[in-house]
Design a protein around this ligand. Structure first.
Ligand code: PMP
Length: 305
């Protein structure tokens, strides 16, 4: 990145100018709604590709609207703004894009009406978030995923990430890499920032969208690759904790996590304890697709240059 810029209050500005007051309403009540988007650098083409920009901004706008945050932009506008931000920043590497919608009012009272929403976007150079090559060790958390009827996991609300932070911290402090949270019904929900997939006897299972999870964009892409390109059956169904320990393969998906294998859960080896065959094949297609090397998925990419 040649220079650090942000989109802030309607303009692209140097990052030092993108500052909010400690009085900002959403800072106090966690009512901001955010996204995580990746852009991938393709060295051969000298091109930067935004992955699923439109899908991420559509999710953001819908979630923000549900929180009574109406913005004067379409998803297409926000993709254009992001392109411009990446271009002006001179990004020629893999990067993470963080758009966040918040109430900018310098007022107290936790509510969603009568306030003014604002959007900011900044960039974060980012390699692998977990370890997609060796895989990770995960711990089933003692923290229950927040119930969709308490704080919707589906909306990517800042405050919901207190739940993620508690679970991730517990896992890290116990010597693991990531947490797997169960929902209030006792079934597997998701990681602190990832969806989860479990392979048993060649069939891939993942919690359904009403299991108190985020409806991941990577989740949707991975389901498509598994079904259409690999001919693997994928079922959305409740998954019990006890199934994790006898799974052949487990992996997590997310914009940050990409496709990350889980090779151990609660000190039990998953399968052989090495990255499984379905996960490996999926990773190969996924990583080629995001860098613009798979024609079929090029429509998900927005070239920046
Ligand atoms: N679940 C949670 C709690 C997350 O924060 C994320 C990351 N956005 C995901 C799942 C994966 O979603 P996506 O593939 O859309 O990034």
């Amino acid at each position: 990145m040649e220079r650090e810029l942000a989109f802030f209050e309607g303009k692209i500005v140097p990052i030092e100018e993108a500052k909010i007051s400690i009085k900002t309403n959403s800072f106090h009540y966690g009512t901001a709604v955010f996204e995580g988007i990746r852009a991938y650098w393709n060295e051969d083409e000298e091109q930067l590709y935004i992955l699923a920009g439109k899908e991420h901004y559509e999710r953001l706008l819908k979630n923000a609207r549900a929180m009574f945050m109406e913005l004067p932009y379409t998803a297409e506008d926000l993709v254009e703004i992001t392109k411009e931000l990446l271009k002006q920043s001179g990004v020629r590497e893999d990067i993470y894009i963080r758009p966040i919608v918040y109430f900018k009012d310098l007022k107290l009272t936790p509510k969603l009406v009568g306030y003014t929403p604002e959007i900011a976007i900044y960039l974060y150079p980012f390699g692998a978030y977990l370890d997609p090559e060796k895989g990770i060790r995960a711990k089933v958390s003692s923290w229950i995923r927040n119930d969709d009827n308490s704080i919707p996991s589906r909306y990517k609300i800042a405050g919901a990430y207190v739940n993620s932070a508690l679970a991730k911290t517990e896992a890290l402090m116990a010597g693991y890499d990531e947490a797997i949270m169960l929902n209030a019904n006792g079934y597997v929900a998701e990681g602190s920032g990832e969806n989860i997939f479990v392979v048993r006897n060649g069939v891939v299972a993942t919690p359904g969208v009403n299991e108190h999870i985020l409806e991941g964009i990577t989740r949707a892409l991975v389901i498509r690759i598994l079904r259409e390109d690999m001919g693997v059956e994928v079922v959305e169904r409740p998954i019990a904790r006890s199934e994790l320990y006898i799974a052949d393969e487990i992996f997590m998906t997310g914009t940050a996590a990409e496709v990350t294998p889980i090779v151990e859960v609660d000190n039990r080896k998953i399968g052989t304890g090495k990255v499984g065959e379905i996960t490996k094949q999926l990773q190969e297609i996924f990583f080629n697709a995001v860098r613009g090397k798979v024609e079929k998925y090029k429509h998900l990419l927005t070239p920046v240059y």
